[in-house]
Design a binder for this molecule. Structure first.
Ligand SMILES: [Zn+2]
Length: 381
């Protein structure tokens, strides 16, 4: 690989555990899919994307969890530049995986000269597989949409929601209720999904009652789902909003018995939103929530024996790191006791709040850092 192209590459981890390392048992071999050359082929695919996960995010989460010390994944690099930029956006990235062609940023499976490519989940649907996407951002957002639809603009999320009605993917879960219920055309699309035979959920409890007899749509918040850290501090949110791992587990349980297999995309979409906001607690805890979903997928794959799990990111973004000073470890450790994200703090601050009131909000939400500051300067304000 030329040095220059190596520099522009991003990371890709492939855990083909079942394909690479487990002995074959006769009964199991009977259910295998083989290609013309007699090579085993995965019956199921779980494609996992931590959106905008830069190396710093992965490294900090790795420090936290020892993610990759078990040596399970096979790692590779890939060049994610889009048709019109060295820096891709999520739409072009997902389209390059989903359509196999580089497209301009902002487009979904539509090339620069306006040609539409058939998205990969539609191809697998035609091959008789069950298909699904789960995410922590709207189900109509760039990464899930890049596997599912063609659209001249990633921004046309109301149009994408309408396409989903006709395309009838088996599982769609995440956020984005407003693209179904607060639409410019005033159509209540959720009602249309119900009339078309979809099971529709807006709360975890309803998701848990999904059965595999008909397609399901779960939209658990107006836009993106709450950050994992804030959700974990709120009993109402914990009851109403499922985690990415729970949506992944439910999706697998709905599709795993299908004789022709299934394909599932799992996206930690708010990792990217947190990175855009330089919100380190939001970033790290949503990366950890993504890792919980990775565990669900790997546990299933190791048990199932016929599933390929791909874990990747589409591009870098804000790159968290630790400053070199005597408090580097304390800085990292402070993440462990944080209760809330920067976004949550900003939502608490009201016009007219005093400095002390703001201090108290920060102290409550992310206490250790502030304490360090206070001891240093010995007084308030
Ligand atoms: Zn992205």
């Amino acid at each position: 690989m030329k040095r220059r192209s190596f520099l522009s590459a991003s990371a890709l981890g492939v855990a083909g555990t079942s394909l690479l390392s487990y002995p074959l048992h006769a009964a199991e071999a009977a259910t295998w899919v083989f290609d013309r050359k007699g090579r085993k082929r995965a019956k199921n695919i779980i494609f996992m994307v931590s959106d905008g996960m830069s190396n710093g995010t992965l490294t900090m989460a790795d420090h936290w969890l020892n993610l990759y010390r078990e040596g399970k994944p096979r790692r590779a690099m890939m060049d994610m530049s889009s048709a019109n930029s060295m820096v891709t956006d999520s739409a072009a990235a997902s389209s390059s995986w989903g359509g196999g062609v580089r497209v301009p940023n902002g487009k979904l499976n539509v090339t620069a000269d306006g040609k539409s490519n058939l998205p990969i989940w539609q191809k697998f649907q035609k091959a008789g597989k069950k298909t699904g996407c789960v995410t922590t951002v709207p189900v109509t957002h760039a990464t899930p949409a890049g596997f599912c639809v063609s659209s001249d603009s990633r921004g046309n999320q109301e149009g994408i929601a309408m396409q989903y009605l006709d395309l009838r993917f088996d599982v769609l879960m995440g956020g984005g209720a407003k693209y179904f219920t607060e639409r410019a055309d005033n159509i209540n699309l959720l009602d249309q999904f119900r009339s078309a035979g979809f099971q529709v959920a807006q709360e975890s409890r309803e998701m848990q009652s999904f059965h595999s007899g008909s397609p399901v749509l779960g939209v658990f918040d107006k836009d993106g789902l709450p950050y994992s850290l804030d959700r974990g501090q709120d009993a109402v949110l914990m009851q109403k909003i499922p985690t990415l791992a729970e949506m992944t587990a439910k999706s697998i349980s709905l599709m795993k018995d299908h004789d022709k297999g299934f394909c599932l995309q799992v996206e930690g979409g708010k990792v990217d939103w947190a990175a855009h906001q330089n919100d380190t607690p939001a970033l790290i805890y949503d990366q950890l929530a993504f890792d919980d979903a990775v565990k669900v997928a790997l546990d299933f794959a190791e048990n199932d024996g016929q599933t390929l799990v791909i874990i990747t990111t589409d591009h870098g973004n804000a790159n968290p790191g630790l400053f070199y000073n005597s408090k580097a470890n304390a800085g990292f450790d402070s993440l462990f006791t944080m209760k809330h994200t920067n976004e949550w703090i900003l939502r608490q601050i009201q016009h007219g709040n005093t400095t002390d009131q703001i201090h108290d909000v920060i102290l409550h939400a992310q206490n250790p850092l502030v304490r360090l500051y206070r001891t240093h300067h010995g007084g308030t304000g």
